[in-house]
Design a protein around this ligand. Structure first.
Ligand code: NI
Length: 183
């Protein structure tokens, strides 16, 4: 396994549509292993192949706190969504920034696993957000185009969070996901 270079906004490869994976081979297996290693090393909860410069429809996600529940999605397709959530989102290809994005609250998707066997996955909240964000990468789309308001520096968000926690906050309405959900 090896770390791969994460491509950043402004690079062409992030705006292109990725191609379906037709067969599994050693090269693609190595790519998946490297994507997982790169995601964990970067502290992200998801990574799509174009983010490491490869235009293949492959996504890795791990939204667990422990970082030991990797999900590999090959040729993923969203089958069903419902509800809505608005929260902070980040992207490893847009380092140091976050923005508010509205996504479905629930997502069900189909994909192939690393043995090219079909399966379905469903998730809510961060998992639903991650699936949508990563699948957008496969179509050359970045979350920055969906941001409501401005992209903000993570350092500003952290400052706000500190100030906010000093106030007594009666209801939970203002609670926002931490911006560390970089994908
Ligand atoms: Ni991303």
């Amino acid at each position: 396994m090896a770390l791969r270079n994460i491509r950043e906004m402004g690079e062409d490869v992030l705006t292109k549509k990725s191609k379906e994976v037709r067969e599994m081979n050693d090269r693609t297996r190595a790519l998946i292993d490297d994507m997982l290693e790169t995601m964990y090393e970067s502290g992200g909860v998801g990574l799509a192949a174009p983010q490491v410069g490869v235009l293949k429809r492959i996504v890795v996600i791990d939204v667990s706190d422990t970082g030991d529940e990797p999900v590999v999605l090959i040729n993923p397709q969203i089958l069903e969504t419902s509800g809505e959530q608005t929260g902070w989102e980040g992207c490893l290809s847009v380092p140091g920034k976050s923005g508010k994005v509205t996504r479905p609250l629930y997502v069900r998707a189909s994909a192939l696993n690393r043995d090219m066997e079909p399966f379905e996955i469903e998730g809510t909240e961060l998992m639903a957000r991650a699936i949508c964000h990563e699948l957008d990468h496969l179509d050359g789309k970045l979350y920055v185009d969906l941001v409501e308001g401005d992209l903000v520096d993570n350092s500003e968000l952290e400052k706000e969070a500190e100030e906010g926690s000093e106030q007594e906050n009666g209801d939970g309405d203002n609670r926002e996901e931490k911006a560390e959900s970089a994908t």
